[in-house]
Write a protein that binds this ligand. Structure first.
Ligand SMILES: Nc1ncnc2c1ncn2[C@@H]1O[C@H](COP(=O)(O)OP(=O)(O)OP(=O)(O)O)[C@@H](O)[C@H]1O
Ligand SMILES: [Mg+2]
Length: 277
């Protein structure tokens, strides 16, 4: 008789031989990866369970589309509700301003830092918070001495320190203006993506898209990442709405249609688009 035994990870053991099977998705649809809960109500359903664990995902969108709030919520909910430590890398906005802006949603970044569940890396061009004392080797974007290697080494140091499972980089737009040649931009980004993948943390990377149709500043960013999520401010009839669309997510099935992104006093949430009036 053929006896089969189902292991906890979903693989089958049959007469001592391993039978390769696709791992069970944590929700529905097809997936070969474990999933990381996004912390965004409604988004995990669209992702058929969550972000593929360890993936590097681009969050692309124009100004005010909700990139920063979404990425902070991913880190904060991960830390507070799943005990998954995170690292926030601030490349543009000062950390003081991020901490202040997130307070309106009742999110206390300082408290999570004190508990060792969150680390902040400041690589913004202007250091506005005088309490931040930078060591000479600290990478400051826009300065001659800035290198991708020094930035990555600082990020990895913080990932190791807090044992991070989640990373958010907000954003790489200025970083991509560091070089004039597209080849060097692509080279730096590729290094960043490969290096982040090695950490096994699930990483969200924000980038500005100058037009509604573009993904990222140079249209190369999306090709290098494991996933692409596009945020838009668009008009439906007489009202302006925010939408969120999963354009790509390697290793999993997902919803393809644009969804509604709502920002309110609790942060961001995702739901179906209302019917066109
Ligand atoms: N409490 C709130 N309730 C409703 N909407 C809010 C609230 N707080 C902020 N917003 C909206 O969120 C927008 C800012 O979102 P966020 O900072 O995430 O955008 P972003 O995509 O990161 O923008 P940028 O590219 O400029 O950094 C604001 O322009 C505002 O419209
Ligand atoms: Mg932002």
């Amino acid at each position: 008789m053929f006896s089969k035994c189902l292991r906890r990870d979903g693989s089958l053991l049959s007469h001592g031989f391993e039978v390769n099977t696709v791992r069970r998705p944590s929700n529905r649809g097809i997936s070969v990866a474990e999933k990381t809960k996004s912390g965004i109500p409604g988004l995990d359903e669209a992702l058929h369970g969550g972000f593929p664990e360890g993936a590097v995902i681009l969050i692309s969108g124009g100004p005010g589309t909700g990139k920063s709030i979404l990425m902070n919520q991913f880190l904060i909910k991960g830390a507070a509700e799943h005990r998954e430590p995170g690292v926030l890398v601030s490349m543009e906005e000062s950390l003081a301003s991020t901490i202040r802006n997130m307070k309106q949603f009742g999110w206390n970044l300082q408290e999570l830092m004190d508990k060792g569940l969150l680390a902040l890396v400041d690589a913004s061009p202007m250091i506005q918070n005088e309490r931040v004392v930078l060591k000479p080797e600290h990478p400051v974007l826009g300065r001659e001495a800035f290198t991708m290697e020094s930035l990555l080494s600082l990020i990895h140091r913080e990932i190791r320190r807090v044992k991070a499972k989640r990373v958010a980089i907000d954003s790489i737009s200025t970083l991509t203006l560091q070089h004039k040649e597209l080849f060097r931009i692509r080279h730096d980004l590729l290094n960043m993506v490969r290096s982040l993948r090695m950490s096994n943390a699930t990483c969200l990377v924000a980038v500005e898209s100058p037009t509604e149709e573009s993904i990222g500043r140079f249209d190369v960013e999306g090709f290098l990442m494991d996933g692409v999520i596009s945020l838009k401010l668009t008009r439906q009839g007489t009202v302006r709405i925010r939408t969120i669309e999963i354009a790509k997510m390697r290793g999993t099935s997902h919803q393809m249609n644009p969804l509604l992104l709502i920002i309110n006093e609790k942060g961001v949430q995702v739901s179906d688009l209302p019917p066109i009036q």
